[in-house]
Design a protein around this ligand. Sequence first.
Ligand code: SAM
Length: 361
Amino acid sequence: MSSGRYTFSTRDDPHAQARAARSQPLLLHSVQLFREIFAVIYRTRDIHTVIEIGVESGMASALHLGLGASAVYGVDPHPDGDVRARFAAMDGMHLVEQASPQALEELPIGDLYVVDGDHNYSVVHREISWILAHAPNAVVVTHDVLWPCARRDQYYEPSPLAADDRHDPTDDGPTVWHDEMTPAGFVGAGSFTAASHAGGERNGVSTAIEDALSSTDGDWRFEIVPAVFGLGVLFRTGDARSATMSRALAVYTESKLLAALENNRIALYTQVLQLQYEAAAHARDSDQLAETVQSQAQQIATLQAALASERASAARARDVARTASSSTLSANNTSPHASAHPASAAASFLRRRLHFVLKER
Ligand SMILES: C[S@@+](CC[C@H](N)C(=O)[O-])C[C@H]1O[C@@H](n2cnc3c(N)ncnc32)[C@H](O)[C@@H]1O
């Protein structure tokens, strides 16, 4: 059963919630999950033109037309064919295949900006500074203002940033279980890298927003919805509409429940990543062990065949020696002790040979 807001179970369908749960990806990350937050913004502000930086699948872009926008510009330098098709299929959707912040200059001024592109200080600081200067009446929604990007840069790869604009990057990722980066953490797996250290100056999305705000005039408010990596809502205060929006958002931005669920979510998710990493390492070890066992079994089979062949030749040699000894005895009719010499020499040779062969194996 669905309440119109979410799905829950009934006595006739006790598994409805579980089905809904397993239909979700393991990691929720898209801005489209914040539809109800956007609905508050649309109710309290006039939003016609939306500039969305960082489109990915395009699922989050589409929700704006449903909420009342008339034009959505999705900025992403690397859209795939599905995204192009999704944009092309809807009136009012415009795909801008360029990188932000450069692309912003060529677009109409937006009423709403959704900033969710390259999650690092250099790019976000330039994006927010540009928007505050050119669209001071816009609402600016910024994703990833909590862990892991709040105080640690991420760089989409290959990164177009100059070396001076990047911190020392690593392929390792953060985890909430300790403060060091680890290959068992939240890694970009080729899509992005992260600054190898957290905190300090010019590092992370929230630091970029704070610095951009501190160098602008005006009374700006920056609220955070503490869910799904953190959604920041940035807007100018001072009029009744802003106060209404602030009050309407408070149920989300002041929710300790949401914050606790988010912390629990990232703790569980990074625990899963750790277990997956260990399981993959164990699987690699088992594969290696199986290969070693197989190659040793082949060696043993080869050695056993060689040993059997040596034993057979030794047995043949013993027979030859025995035959030679008995014919010498009967021919010379001398004592066995005197005539044993050739046979015992052959036996002694074979013993040495066998000993050598067995030692070699
Ligand atoms: C986290 S995803 C966006 C997810 C999307 N907003 C959503 O919520 O479903 C980040 C996207 O930003 C794009 N991107 C990376 N650098 C960018 C830049 N400089 N300007 C615009 N988009 C960028 C990437 O190609 C990627 O598709």
